[in-house]
Design a protein. Sequence first.
Length: 435
Amino acid sequence: MIPRYTRPEMASIWEPQTRFKIWFEIEAHAADALAELGTIPKEAARTVWAKAKNATFDVARIDEIERETKHDVIAFLTHLAEIVGPEARFVHQGMTSSDVLDTCLNVQLTRAADLLLADLDKVLAALKKRAFEHKMTPTIGRSHGIHAEPVTFGLKLAYAYAEFSRAKERLIAARKEVATCAISGAVGTFAQIDPRVEEHVAKAMGLVPEPISTQVIPRDRHAMYFSTLGVIASSVERIAVEIRHMQRTEVLEAEEFFSEGQKGSSAMPHKRNPVLSENLTGLSRMVRAYVTPALENVVLWHERDISHSSAERMMGPDATVTLDFALVRLAGLIDKLLVYPANMQKNLDRLGGLVHSQRVLLALTQKGASREDAYKLVQRNAMPVWRGEGDFLQLLKEDAEVKKYLTDAEIEEQFDLGYHLKHVDTIFKRVFGES
């Protein structure tokens, strides 16, 4: 986790003190269940809670023990025994390290998902607000980066809103899939611990019991979780790239807010660069970088190995912290985005009406011209305009073959900008409902 791209609330989920607190809770809840089953004394379970519930675990001491034992869970249990005393011998009865590690990881991932879901709500709120603000602001639609037909800036934002709505649904599903608990002991057979302990711990930690574990919780769950984060990151980058293109000097239909005192270049005082959008592109790459190791972690030897462990120690914090930062940055970028309708109109008019070529094509076919002939008639009048040699509307009116099918008034009718926007309300209702 790099402080520059880290927000405190998400970072706290992955801090050592938080991790050890969760480990303790897993062990203490398991002790409660074991006590109820008569496996350990009830007084021992109460003592564990009484002496360690409010303890601040000594991270340096745990690290010191681990340097000798070369085992993180044993190091923690040894330190816990220093706090709890003799009753600590009843902790971790019948459990294995993965019971603690995997259950803890899933607690952390579900908490991280909750923060990311709140972030998505911020993005959705900003997109909705600006989409309605520019619902009918006309701008050029582009395919292959080339002027195509008119759209509205509101539609661009509505598209992003729908995309992030799907992202939210996927993350809710991914959170549910990863919210499982395994307290099943070595190789997952419950030979040394009653399945009821797992049920108790799962409920206490806000999880559900893993139906079947092989000492580790199946990593296809985590693969889906991190893949979902990767898809969300791609959605972040998609809208960031759109803004970067719109901010280009030759386009300048929208640009990032530029605050008082902000500087765009150490060399050129005039520069106003899309630094936030470019930053989001880079951050998105990093989140997606963790999808492949998550997929590869599914493949473990037999009932368990730890080839996934080192990867998860990095990818869990890094992917969630980075996406958290990116989503909040995106919400702020959209909320403060500077939009220039006049430049949008200027760009719409840049090709001298060529954006209406399809309407003319269809009008000709409606009046009896074959599609092939209609295409040739429109294209031969369009190409000079493309080269800057005339006005499309005027050339069409002067074309004798076009005039065989269409009057001047009928040709002019095809240049109505509003025609392209007549279904904007319908699209908005599909995306936003009746609001």
